[in-house]
Design a protein around this ligand. Structure first.
Ligand SMILES: *Cc1c(COP(=O)(O)O)cnc(C)c1O
Length: 452
């Protein structure tokens, strides 16, 4: 019984899996934030190169991965699949636990899997500069790295509270050549408007997105880049699940339960979508998206049309949302604090194909520490939600005496997030309650989109 299953470089998938043609129903249109009418591909050209817009709506099931992209991905891919034998033993569970480890990328998470193709398509289209945003810094460091590989300039609007609290991610972005601007900033009208109201604003991901989108709209040489949520991002991440399927096959196993943590949906989609396609073909399986109680988009949000950002500049999509101006509590899993969710994942939750599970911050840190002490790897606070869900399922399997096979995505390591662990050990972390009133309030301000 192997501890880890590695694939050689030439087994990096040659195509991404596009789930759009296999969705249970047609996708809802994307809506223009100004006209409240469906967007045309041309409306998106100031933001994205045409190749990415095409992928956003493509009905082709398999899409070729360019050789230049595969070559860069080969710096860390294929990523390893581990059998968590020591954790199984500690849990005294008959369940087999496997995890795909995305922390082996230079940025320490799954995010470069999409940053690299996004930078590539921008480069061949003639884009000179990328504007983007980052919360805790994982996306910012990934897009900075990818822009560096392709010789693009990169400006990252970083949520101010993280800019102050997480200086090492800022250092990583700068090391890889990016300019980092704390958001809200006075560089954009959206940022200035927030600062006028509250000069001390800590910022939010929604505000930072507004700034990056405005920056991209205002310069011909600049395009915008988003690290999660969008269909093309989920597409690029399917490389995780495609590799995992092959590795599970080598291990002689197939999952009964597939688990990913869920912020905007990309690492979850990346692992899960290739398995959802097997489910559509008759495989019985449970697929679980694990999210924080304090930002419970999939489990407590509304499945409605909403803006992607706070300032209502980004396109409107039908998704689970807590409302575009919802301000989540300051949990340490910064990457899970987005008000919305990938429309593709949302539709699968709505259809009952994917289950959503909301977990408290403390129980997730406890799971992360138990995992580190048996498996060694220190997980990112985001990934700890997937670990909690996996451990809970393994304990349930023990109680029910069932030999389940569990596969989860370990989306990244926590080396740049040690302050979060310090806070946990100092007893400074609390379990935020489900912010019911704040969510009710922000959900009363959704756009009034009427689709015939
Ligand atoms: C950003 C991030 C997430 C959350 O984003 P998704 O798009 O939901 O995957 C999860 N884990 C890690 C390590 C991240 O960096």
């Amino acid at each position: 019984m192997k501890t880890k299953i590695n694939l050689p470089d030439d087994r990096i998938p040659k195509q991404w899996y596009n789930i759009i043609p296999d969705m249970p129903a047609p996708l809802a249109p994307v809506i223009h934030p100004g006209s409240l009418e469906p967007v045309s591909p041309n409306d998106l050209l100031p933001l994205f190169p045409p190749q990415l817009i095409e992928q956003e709506v493509s009905s082709k099931r398999w899409i070729d991965i360019p050789d230049e992209v595969r070559e860069i991905l080969s710096l860390w891919r294929p990523s390893p699949l581990f059998r968590a034998k020591r954790l199984e033993k500690e849990l005294k569970t008959p369940a087999k636990i496997y995890y795909k480890y995305e922390g082996v990328s230079p940025a320490g998470s799954h995010k470069p899997n999409t940053a690299v193709p996004q930078a590539y398509y921008n480069k061949i289209y003639g884009t000179k500069r990328i504007a983007s945003e980052t919360g805790a810094g994982q996306w910012g460091s990934s897009i900075a790295l990818a822009c560096q590989f392709f010789g693009l300039e990169c400006t990252v609007y970083m949520v101010k509270i993280s800019f102050v609290q997480k200086p090492y991610r800022k250092s990583m972005m700068q090391l890889w050549g990016a300019e980092v601007v704390p958001s809200p900033s006075n560089r954009t009208k959206a940022g200035q408007a927030i600062l006028d109201k509250d000069p001390e604003s800590h910022g939010s991901l929604g505000i930072a997105i507004s700034e990056a989108v405005e920056d991209a709209y205002s310069r011909e040489d600049t395009r915008y880049s988003l690290g999660s949520v969008l269909n093309h991002v989920c597409l690029h991440q399917t490389i995780i699940g495609l590799e995992a399927k092959e590795q599970m096959q080598i291990a002689g196993a197939y999952p009964d339960i597939v688990i990913g943590c869920h912020g905007g949906g990309s690492n979850f989609a990346g692992l899960a979508f290739p398995f959802v396609s097997d489910m559509a073909n008759g495989k019985a399986m449970r697929i679980i998206a694990a999210e924080p109680v304090s930002c419970p988009t999939l489990s407590k949000g509304a499945y409605e049309f909403d803006y992607g950002d706070t300032a209502k500049m980004a396109p409107i999509a039908r998704m689970y949302t807590l409302g575009h101006d919802f301000m989540p509590p300051g949990i340490h899993a910064g990457g899970l604090r987005y008000h919305g969710a990938a429309p593709l994942v949302s539709q699968l939750v709505q259809a009952g194909i994917v289950e959503a599970k909301a977990l408290g911050q403390l129980e997730c840190f406890e799971a992360a520490i138990q995992f580190s002490r048996s498996e060694g790897i220190i997980p990112a606070p985001e990934s700890s939600h997937a670990i909690r869900a996996a451990i809970d399922e393994a304990i349930l399997a023990r109680e029910e005496g069932q030999e389940k096979t569990i596969l989860f995505n370990l989306s990244g390591h926590g080396h740049v997030d040690m302050a979060a662990y310090d806070a946990f050990f100092a007893g400074e972390l609390n379990n935020y309650e489900y912010p019911e009133d704040a969510i009710k309030s922000s959900l009363s301000r959704l756009p009034n989109v009427k689709i015939s």
